[in-house]
Design a protein around this ligand. Structure first.
Ligand code: NAP
Length: 299
């Protein structure tokens, strides 16, 4: 149980509600900042304005998946309040207070380093990334269906990148009957792609491999689908770019050439916010229980 633990939850979307639900069930005391328009109430959680919270009593600070923007602002769909996290906010917390977010950026890295507070990026964890790849794939299937006039079955699909998302995407599209080839640069990845019964190709050969595609799904957060590559694609190819913003596609050139290219960020939060929230809630509750145990051992 998380009894005695005081946690500030700052902003977010529907995923955050699963976290609030789970942590209040574990008896933590929660301060919800940026939630005043939320009708739902949770026993053990109070809605607060950021300026009214006594951060010196906060044991953990939970940010939304994107963390803050580069000006320190936190997004929330449940409030019009401007919520800004600063180095001063973090300095007010006790030294054991950890900051949890999905991902980080230069601003969040900088203020947590300067305030000397540990920043935990949940999406850097393999377990979270792999669980999260499940709703990501479902969202990708939805986008493929909505944006093509052919079945996925028998379509010619290339998946670029063979990490946590790429592997799940490639496997699922293949199971749906697509002819899937996967581009990677690591020889071990090419071996695994072969072992999975899919067609491997080295990314160096990308230009030759895009000539016959119905759908190209990019998971590489690097400019891989350049103007030169897109120029070799049939104009009816659909590009679904899953890589984090700004993606790996030259969208300007794709539009010029008439190739439909979609940047598709945050699919888990869109297609399955409850599941995506539960994935985060499960791992967060484990991490917070570990934090509490360590603190109790050190008392
Ligand atoms: P990952 O496990 O790190 O995989 C990334 C893949 O990209 C690896 O195969 C890696 O190859 C390859 N790669 C990276 N840089 C490269 C480069 N310069 N040239 C060639 N290949 C390169 O990441 P992931 O968890 O699969 O996530 C992939 C992307 O999707 C990330 O940007 C993530 O933020 C995003 N994402 C989006 C959604 C969504 O809803 N759209 C959901 C989850 C994740 P090596 O192993 O050879 O480095």
């Amino acid at each position: 149980m998380l009894t005695e633990m005081q946690i500030a939850v700052l902003g977010g979307d529907a995923r955050q509600l699963e976290i609030v639900k789970k942590l209040t069930e574990l008896d933590a005391k929660l301060y919800l900042i940026g939630f005043e328009q939320l009708a739902q109430t949770f026993s053990g959680a109070v809605k607060e304005k950021i300026n009214d919270v006594d951060f010196s009593k906060i044991d953990a600070l939970i940010l939304p998946v994107p963390g803050t923007n580069l000006a320190g602002e936190v997004d929330t769909i449940f409030s019009n309040e401007k919520i800004i996290v600063t180095e001063k906010t973090l300095r007010e917390t006790p030294s054991h207070c950890k900051i949890y977010s999905g991902i980080s950026n230069a601003y969040l890295d900088k203020i947590s380093k300067k305030a000397n507070r540990e920043l935990v990026q949940l999406f850097k964890r393999d377990d979270v990334a792999i669980y999260n790849s499940i709703p990501t794939v479902e969202g990708t299937i939805m986008m493929a269906i909505q944006n093509t006039d052919i079945t996925i079955h028998q379509s010619s699909v290339a998946v670029l990148g063979f990490g946590r998302v790429g592997m799940s995407v490639a496997r699922t599209f293949s199971l749906l009957g697509a002819k899937v080839k996967v581009g990677a640069r690591d020889l071990a990845h090419l071996a695994r792609i072969t072992e999975m019964g899919l067609e491997p190709f080295h990314l160096d050969a990308l230009k030759d491999e895009v000539k016959d595609l119905d759908i190209c799904i990019n998971t590489i957060p690097h400019p891989v689908l350049t103007a030169g590559i897109i120029a070799g694609m049939p104009t009816n190819t659909l590009i679904i770019d899953l890589a984090s913003k700004p993606g790996g596609t030259d969208f300007r050139y794709a539009e010029k050439r008439g190739v439909k290219a979609l940047l598709a960020p945050s699919l888990p939060g869109i297609v399955a916010p409850k599941t995506a929230g539960q994935i985060l809630a499960n791992i967060l509750s484990q991490l917070l229980l570990e934090d509490l145990e360590i603190r109790e051992e050190n008392v």
